[in-house]
Design a protein around this ligand. Structure first.
Ligand SMILES: [Zn+2]
Length: 273
């Protein structure tokens, strides 16, 4: 699942490459295209977008949104890639990958393609971003929140700290992978209850969250270049590193869970109780 650092860099690249371009064509490729496209304007997804101008691109939580102008009416294309979706920038002759569901043709010949192995993501066309399901409920950006706000927002949650970190209503943009990385930096066991954390540990968590995400944005930017469909994660300390030595203490990294919900951590650096 792309999370804040990847989507932040995807957004930066799109800002450079597509802002100011007009959309000349939209292809919704069956069978997946009609599944991922959600036209909440009810005016026709392609019909509205063809000829429209991309004014800006922004990221909020795990959404990338294009601010579009067509006939003077503000419009937004909000993309939530969920677990399996990716955007790709491609030249007109680049071979189309399997599971490409939507292609936007820009006036300069470039294409923005939406690829999704399991058609889990969504592309919403709306007049108001707040009407996108899940958008209005998002908590603040983790890099915008103060320590005091972080403490205050934590209070209503009583469960396992990893589960809290990944809740978009608490802070937006942190998923399974970066939660593991943040908790390793903070030296906190992922299954400790929020109610068990001391004030010092909460501050450590806050500091680790900021440091981990900021460093990751830099690393992803360096590794991704313009290849926005990639998800560079070879710099991770614990996530997907089961059995590898912990970079801090050398103990083998532990694994709990399965499939998309795995948790990796170091039992030595992140003791349980
Ligand atoms: Zn360790």
């Amino acid at each position: 699942m792309p999370e804040l650092p990847e989507l932040e860099v995807v957004c930066e690249v799109l800002q450079r490459r597509v802002v100011g371009q007009r959309i000349e064509g939209v292809q919704i490729l069956p069978p997946g295209g009609p599944i991922v496209v959600r036209d909440l304007t009810h005016q026709g997804f392609a019909a509205v977008l063809i000829g429209a101008l991309i004014r800006s691109v922004a990221r909020r939580g795990k959404f990338i949104s294009f601010h579009i102008q067509a006939d003077g009416t503000p419009l937004y294309l909000a993309i939530n890639p969920k677990l399996t979706g990716r955007l790709q920038l491609a030249g007109p002759t680049a071979k189309r990958r399997a599971k490409t569901h939507v292609v936007f043709h820009l006036e300069n010949g470039q294409q923005v393609r939406y690829i999704d192995q399991k058609q889990m993501g969504q592309l919403y066309l709306v007049h108001d971003l707040q009407t996108v399901p899940g958008y209005a409920e998002m908590g603040p950006e983790p890099l915008d929140i103060s320590l005091e706000d972080f403490r205050e927002r934590l209070k209503p949650y009583r469960g396992e700290i990893k589960g809290v970190l990944t809740r978009g209503e608490f802070v937006a943009g942190i998923g399974n992978a970066y939660a593991d990385e943040i908790l390793w930096v903070a030296r906190l066991h992922p299954y400790r209850k929020r109610t068990q954390l001391s004030a010092v540990e909460v501050e450590r968590l806050y500091t680790a969250m900021r440091a981990t995400l900021l460093e990751a944005v830099d690393r992803v930017r360096a590794a991704m270049g313009e290849n926005i469909d990639e998800k560079p994660r070879d710099f991770f300390a614990v996530h997907m590193k089961t059995g590898s030595p912990c970079p801090r203490c050398g103990a083998p990294i532990s694994l709990v869970g399965a499939n998309q919900r795995i948790t990796n951590f170091c039992r030595t650096c992140q003791p349980g109780d």
